[in-house]
Every structure is written in structure tokens, then in C-alpha cells.
Design a protein around this ligand. Structure first.
Ligand code: SAM
Length: 159
């Protein structure tokens, strides 16, 4: 980790709850309305280098939870591992490589009892339970994200 300075964790002011869905498993829900642009979580990460991940991590349950990271993969320690996927996410995330953490920010106003979801990108490995699933034909024509496009997402910005 390059930065040795303390990092504030203001997210614990929020009223969030873990709820279970029969197919999606646990997910994060708002128990009060949350305004757009609110920081909903800051999750420190546990880093795995490429070798460690390809030899061990990818053969475990970790493979359902890890994010791509510089020089390997990262497990979000905190709510970051609990956000389910949506094709219409209401939470975005920004990898903070210097501090080894991921910041999650509401990209829409979120209502009480609404689930907070992020987008996992285009390579979904499970059957998405969302009602508005894309048809198989649409998915087939969706181009895979290149490494360069993925790195460009690191500078993802909220307007
Ligand atoms: C990062 S975990 C999210 C937390 C997980 N629900 C749990 O209980 O531990 C990713 C896993 O959640 C499930 N999941 C996430 N979003 C989903 C969705 N839209 N439809 C179905 N399953 C989903 C899949 O099993 C996926 O492998």
C-alpha cells in the first residue's frame, strides 16, 4: 500500500440492511431513502497477486467475489462483497489503488427498501434474476470488454 495516512470511514452513518433472496442470496437494502452521490460504503481490499489467484483463489468461492485489480485480484472487505448485480445499477464503484480500497457511491436517489446494486460488467457467470433480462441474442452481440476499456473504467466519474 502506498499511502500510509489514515482513511476516514464515514459510511457507517447510513442505515443499511442485509436481506436474503432465495436465488440472489444476500444483498444490501436501504432502510431509509439515500440521496444520489452519497458514499454508501468504503471497503478496504485484500489483494491477491496473479500467481496466487490463478493457483488457488480462482478454484474457491472467492471467484464469485473478487474484483480485477492492478497486478491481480481483490476481495472487498465490507459491504463491497455483498452488492448484487443489476443491469440498471443504482450504485457505482471507484477503485482507489493508492489506498487499497473501493468507494461505492449512489448514482441515483435510492428509496427505502430498495436494493443497492452495482454492475458486474458484461461477463455474468450466473442466471440474472432481474425481470428485464437481456435475450440470449442480445447478449451474444454484446462485445466483450477489452483490457484497455477495463482500465478506462478506473477513472469512472459521477456527473
Ligand atoms: C459478490 S456476490 C454477492 C453477494 C451474494 N448474494 C451473497 O449472498 O454472498 C455474487 C453472487 O451473488 C449472486 N448474484 C448477484 N447478483 C445476482 C443477480 N442479479 N441474479 C442472480 N444472482 C445474483 C450470484 O450467485 C453471484 O455469484
Amino acid at each position: 500500500m502506498e499511502n500510509q495516512n489514515p482513511v476516514a470511514l464515514p459510511q457507517h452513518k447510513l442505515s443499511l440492511e442485509l436481506r436474503s433472496h432465495p436465488e440472489r442470496g444476500r444483498g444490501v437494502f436501504a432502510t431509509i431513502p439515500i440521496a444520489r452521490n452519497t458514499v454508501v460504503d468504503i471497503s478496504p481490499i485484500l489483494h491477491f497477486n496473479h500467481e496466487e489467484y490463478s493457483q488457488h483463489g480462482k478454484y474457491t468461492v472467492l471467484d464469485h467475489y473478487t474484483y480485477r485489480w492492478k497486478d491481480g485480484y481483490a476481495l472487498a472487505l465490507g459491504l463491497g462483497s455483498m452488492f448484487n448485480h443489476s443491469n440498471h445499477p443504482n450504485v457505482g464503484f471507484i477503485r482507489d489503488l493508492e489506498n487499497g480500497l473501493i468507494r461505492y457511491i449512489a448514482t441515483d436517489d435510492i428509496s427505502k427498501d430498495e436494493e443497492l446494486c452495482i454492475s458486474y460488467g458484461s461477463n455474468i457467470w450466473f442466471k440474472n434474476t432481474e425481470a428485464e433480462e437481456k435475450t440470449e441474442l442480445e447478449q451474444k452481440h454484446e462485445p466483450e470488454e477489452t483490457e484497455e476499456q477495463w482500465w478506462n473504467h478506473l477513472t469512472w466519474e459521477l456527473d
